[in-house]
Design a binder for this molecule. Structure first.
Ligand SMILES: [Zn+2]
Length: 64
């Protein structure tokens, strides 16, 4: 199994676990870019980061 590092949290995860296709989640992509300006969508994120940022975004909406 190929392993690679999540560009956001630097955790080593299997390549298969990495989420690269984020174009249906543009708002999440914006959140990633805000915190990690060097990150590009093609780098992908691990499921943990994705979950974390989804929760973060939801909180943001709720506070409005
Ligand atoms: Zn991560």
């Amino acid at each position: 199994m190929k392993e690679m590092k999540c560009p956001i949290c630097k955790k080593t995860i299997s390549r298969d676990a990495l989420t690269v296709k984020l174009h249906t989640e543009e708002h999440i992509v914006e959140e990633f870019k805000k915190d990690h300006p060097e990150w590009v969508e093609g780098d992908g994120v691990c499921p943990i980061c994705l979950k974390h940022y989804k929760a973060l975004f939801r909180k943001k909406i709720d506070s409005h």
